[in-house]
Write a protein of this length. Sequence first.
Length: 107
Amino acid sequence: MQPLAPSIAVNQLALPTQFGGVVQAHVDPTGHLVMQVVDNHLELKDLSEEKNRDLMKAVVGDVVPKFKSLTSQQKRKLENRIKLLSSITKEIQKSSEALSAAMSAGQ
């Protein structure tokens, strides 16, 4: 997930029913799910643990489309930067060619 996002929000409705009191949930790059419960305490679940397999499946199902969107946005940013750098490179090459031609004509 890094450097795209420090964490990704998980829709509490995507969580299994035993997590009905969750107000907010986020998964971090280490595979932990941080859940804020109705009474404002936090619960931390390690999604790599076998006992949390159903929870991990629910989280992955919710997070993968969001992660795909983040990677698509990052790809567009990089493509735009590459286009900008390519146009700058072309302009520099044109200027270099013009200077070179001017210097050759002056000799």
